[in-house]
Ligand binder design. Structure first.
Ligand SMILES: *[C@@H]1O[C@H](CO)[C@@H](O)[C@H](O)[C@H]1NC(C)=O
Ligand SMILES: *[C@@H]1O[C@H](CO)[C@@H](O)[C@H](O)[C@H]1NC(C)=O
Ligand SMILES: *[C@@H]1O[C@H](CO)[C@@H](O)[C@H](O)[C@H]1NC(C)=O
Ligand SMILES: *[C@@H]1O[C@H](CO)[C@@H](O)[C@H](O)[C@H]1NC(C)=O
Ligand SMILES: *[C@@H]1O[C@H](CO)[C@@H](O)[C@H](O)[C@H]1NC(C)=O
Ligand SMILES: *[C@@H]1O[C@H](CO)[C@@H](O)[C@H](O)[C@H]1NC(C)=O
Ligand SMILES: *[C@@H]1O[C@H](CO)[C@@H](O)[C@H](O)[C@H]1NC(C)=O
Ligand SMILES: *[C@@H]1O[C@H](CO)[C@@H](O)[C@H](O)[C@H]1NC(C)=O
Length: 810
């Protein structure tokens, strides 16, 4: 019924538009639009016409958003531009669209699927340019549509498609550069070798791939429960395609393959004028194709990120040590296909690339194992089809390339890799025991911890209701008992004190049986603190990311307000990089991983689909390090939530830390994601150089660290910025790329600074071409805003940095 109704409705709508309206969204046979004429879709979403980009003299026929003429979503004559602004698009009588130049030469023409008797062309609200034959009544039978010939953009309703029988296959091809729509270097398509997988490639060189199709979806891609998009896959004997719709029709979204090979999901909310990158497909270094070479697993939260498979060693130890993983790993003990060989299970994996493999969809899992074991050249196997609970057999021969282990996503597959008896026998049984022991311990501690939380929740139900009322927002957070914390911190003794946060001291607390937490106690009686407390609680309770510190709960008792965080045994970043001895513990690879971690955390804050958060106080002492030196952004006391359409805020109370604050924020109180990007840039340069921006001293000039870096960069001496203690561990081009990104982030004008998504991309893509940085903001004012000016609202902060709180600045 519903389906019928929809068909009825759409055809009614369709014919209304087609027959009655003279709106300029249609073109009848023999009509043409010439030069500056355009077609505009019925509700003004899209426009079709001629355009040129930049100051080039080449003209193209294309479709763009009517409200964003610069955002071209489709181009007809990509490879064959018009030489000037004269051009005519005509619908010929047989239903073919043709683009003619001044001399009536055919620049481009469409080839409809069949000849029409009474054709009409229409630009639909979806951005699809279609040709229908009015002599045939069904509105669905387009004889041609632009959606079947994607350019670099996939709009809702458009298909990324693989046709098993006839063409055309539909895929994206990037523009050559931002002002040249001709076919660029990158393509994003469904690659089909018996089993399909998504591949982003530069020419024939793979840059990124998903895992293989598993009957339900492409493996190896995060399964996001996304509120914005409704993706679907259709797989039948004729075709496989990916299609998506926005969940809410006020959301305007597109998927774009950029000129630099980045796959971006962009979103514009209703009423807003700015597009934001919601995510990029290539999210971290493990997403780079073959990052770790053959037979090695990429683990993003490890340092270093590449690990040879168990039982394997680097092919070249020397190269591996300088972080060149191209040659990958080899077996320590060669397989000889003797008795006792077996398989080791690797969980939650992105399956290796389909290079030398075979698949049998009717084999059971047991048969698969037996088959692989029997064939001496089979090195690994996995289930191939998950749509009926996991049948089918996928086997690999030769080297295993592009594997990663997933951390957050719990959906991906198990891979069974062949091992000699020596790896399976005595050694593994020990390893297994260890694993079991560890998991028993951690399960126990999780249970213990959950128990603790539950108790807190139960005991404090009344208190909790109070929080909810008083703060208006419903805080769904465990409440900790004040007395427990008092005992855990030894009555807030100074020996337990870890430091001084923005709004009060932080203590280490031992809550029962080894459960270490960090407790932030807000300075009592400060009305200011209370507001920040609420802010932090509501904000951080909703956030979850590997690179953000985790809030475990809070405690409210009388005037007491406390936040309970996971405990970070390695303190904060400043504790390492600014200390003559400890800085040696962070080699280049670790520093680079820390930089990437911070960047990803910040990207999450800025572009999470639900909230946009400006941290406003990013600095080295707010980057905590866990046991594995994974960085966690902390201290959300003064962070702000932006609405999706909000891009900039303004405050009279400029709070932040001197040396990390951007010019527009310090001077005008304006903050935006770009003021955080500025702080990130400062942090990045500090990590590279092990030197503080504030109080920076260099005998030969009067600049701060930013100015120093800028001078070196312009004299082609960028590498001199690096801390000499990293001499043996750094990789030239990685360091230079970091410095360049750092300088791009601290540029004076917010609009020049990259968004975090670009910064992340530039940091982790060796191939990316980076713009040349312009002059940084605040690089010569070393002594102008010195400590003196800050005394007004300044407070000492862990004795390392100063937190300014200039009330009524300006
Ligand atoms: C349709 O007409 C155009 C010119 O009007 C011609 O170039 C094209 O070949 C024709 N196509 C078919 C399928 O007849
Ligand atoms: C192009 O074709 C149109 C109509 O077919 C004609 O009027 C015009 O003179 C032609 N122009 C040239 C330069 O041949
Ligand atoms: C884009 O590419 C064209 C040639 O393909 C070149 O002439 C132009 O300078 C390029 N523009 C930029 C901004 O790189
Ligand atoms: C996977 O299994 C389902 C159900 O058995 C079947 O319909 C589907 O065709 C299979 N897919 C492939 C790729 O074999
Ligand atoms: C990494 O090692 C390979 C040889 O295995 C070599 O060809 C390549 O140039 C090296 N890359 C770098 C960046 O040194
Ligand atoms: C797939 O496996 C089944 C069951 O083991 C077997 O009968 C069939 O011959 C295999 N097909 C191929 C193409 O190997
Ligand atoms: C092992 O598998 C490969 C690929 O399917 C096949 O070419 C080869 O003949 C098999 N070897 C044996 C001994 O079955
Ligand atoms: C244990 O493994 C080693 C090689 O790693 C082998 O020499 C030894 O015989 C094995 N012991 C047993 C009991 O399997």
């Amino acid at each position: 019924m519903k389906g019928l109704f929809i068909i009825f409705f759409t055809s009614l709508f369709y014919f209304t538009v087609l027959n009655l309206s003279t709106a300029a969204d249609t073109l009848a046979a023999s009509q043409s639009i010439v030069s500056s004429d355009t077609l505009v879709s019925s509700s003004q979403s899209f426009e079709l016409g001629l355009f040129s980009t930049g100051n080039s003299r080449a003209w193209y026929l294309g479709i763009w958003y009517r409200n964003f003429p610069d955002i071209v979503v489709w181009v007809a004559n990509r490879e064959n531009p018009l030489a000037d602004s004269y051009g005519a698009m005509m619908l010929s009588k047989n239903g073919s669209l043709v683009l003619l130049d001044q001399m009536n030469g055919t620049i481009w023409s469409s080839s409809p699927s069949k000849e029409a008797e009474d054709p009409v062309a229409q630009l639909l609200e979806t951005g699809n340019l279609v040709v229908v034959d009015k002599a045939v009544t069904s509105s669905e039978s387009y004889i041609w549509q632009s959606f079947e010939f994607p350019s670099d953009t996939l709009l809702p309703g458009m298909r990324l498609r693989l046709n098993f029988k006839t063409g055309p296959n539909q895929f994206l091809t990037s523009w050559k550069n931002a002002s040249d729509p001709s076919l660029g270097l990158y393509t994003y398509k469904i690659d089909h070798l018996v089993l399909p997988q998504l591949v982003l490639a530069q020419g024939s060189k793979k840059e990124f791939r998903s895992g293989p199709w598993n009957g339900l979806r492409f493996t190896g891609l995060p399964v996001s429960s996304n509120e914005i998009l409704k993706p679907s896959y259709v797989y039948n004997t004729n075709e496989l395609y990916y299609i998506y719709e926005a969940n809410d029709n006020s959301i305007i979204t597109r998927l774009k393959l950029t000129e630099t090979g980045e796959m971006q999901r962009l979103v514009l909310n209703k009423g807003s004028t700015e597009w934001g990158v919601m995510y990029t497909l290539q999210n971290d270094r493990c997403d780079n194709y073959g990052e770790c070479g053959a037979n090695s697993i990429c683990k993003i939260n490890r340092t270093p990120i590449c690990e040879c498979l168990q039982g394997f060693v680097p092919k070249s130890q020397q190269e591996w040590e300088v972080l060149n993983r191209t040659s990958g790993c080899k077996r320590e003990t060669l397989l000889d296909c003797q008795q006792g060989e077996g398989f080791l299970k690797f969980q939650n994996m992105k399956l290796p690339d389909l290079l030398d493999f075979s698949v049998n969809n009717s084999m059971s899992f047991k048969e698969c194992e037996a088959e692989c074991l029997k064939n001496c050249s089979c090195v690994a196997y996995a289930k191939s089809n998950m749509s009926s609970g996991g049948i089918g057999c996928l086997m690999w021969f030769g080297e295993l390339i592009d594997m990663r282990e997933f951390v957050d996503e719990v959906s991906d597959q198990d891979l069974y890799i062949r091992m000699p008896a020596s790896e399976l026998g005595n050694s593994t049984s020990q390893k297994d025991k260890r694993v079991v022991l560890i998991s028993v311990i951690s399960a126990a501690s999780v249970l213990l911890f959950l128990g603790l939380l539950c108790r807190c929740i139960v005991l404090n139900k009344r208190a909790k209701r109070k929080v909810s009322r008083s703060s208006k927002e419903d805080i769904e957070l465990p409440l900790f008992d004040f007395h427990t914390i008092e005992i855990g911190t030894n009555y807030f003794s100074w020996q337990n004190k870890l430091g001084e946060g923005g709004f009060g001291p932080v203590y280490k607390a031992n809550l029962r049986k080894e459960e270490l937490v960090a407790v932030k106690r807000l300075s009592r009686g400060s009305g200011q603190g209370l507001e920040e407390f609420r802010n932090e609680v509501t904000m951080i309770a909703n956030l979850q990311h590997r690179n953000l510190v985790k809030l475990l709960g809070c405690c409210i008792e009388g005037e007491e307000r406390m936040l309970i965080y996971e405990y970070m045994p390695n303190k904060s970043l400043d504790f390492f990089i600014f200390d003559q001895n400890r800085k040696k513990l962070l080699n280049w690879q670790k520093r680079f991983d820390i930089i990437m971690g911070i960047a990803r955390g910040l990207l999450y804050l800025h572009q999470d689909s639900r909230l946009r958060i400006i941290h406003r106080d990013l600095k080295s002492s707010n980057i905590l390090l866990d046991r594995d030196l994974i960085p966690k952004i902390s201290d959300f006391g003064i962070a702000r939530i932006f609405e999706h359409d909000q891009t900039e805020g303004k405050t009279k109370r400029v709070i932040g830390t001197h040396g990390y604050m951007s010019p527009e924020y310090t001077i005008d109180g304006k903050f935006s994601v770009k003021s955080d990007v500025f702080s990130f840039g400062v942090l990045l340069l500090e990590i590279v150089s092990s030197r503080k921006n504030t109080g920076f001293n260099q005998p030969d000039h009067n600049h701060n660290l930013l100015g120093h870096a800028w001078l070196l960069w312009n004299n082609n001496k960028g590498l001199e910025l690096i801390d000499p203690c990293l001499e043996y561990s750094y990789v030239d081009n990685e360091v230079l790329r970091c410095i360049q990104v750092g300088l791009l982030c601290v540029q004076k004008l917010p609009t020049d600074r990259p968004a975090m998504s670009s910064a992340v991309f530039m940091l982790c893509n060796e191939g990316a071409t980076l713009p040349e940085p312009k002059e940084p903001g605040f690089f010569t004012e070393r002594s102008s805003i010195d400590n003196k000016t800050l005394t007004g609202g300044a407070r000492s902060h862990t004795g390392l940095t100063l937190t300014i709180s200039t009330l009524e600045a300006r």
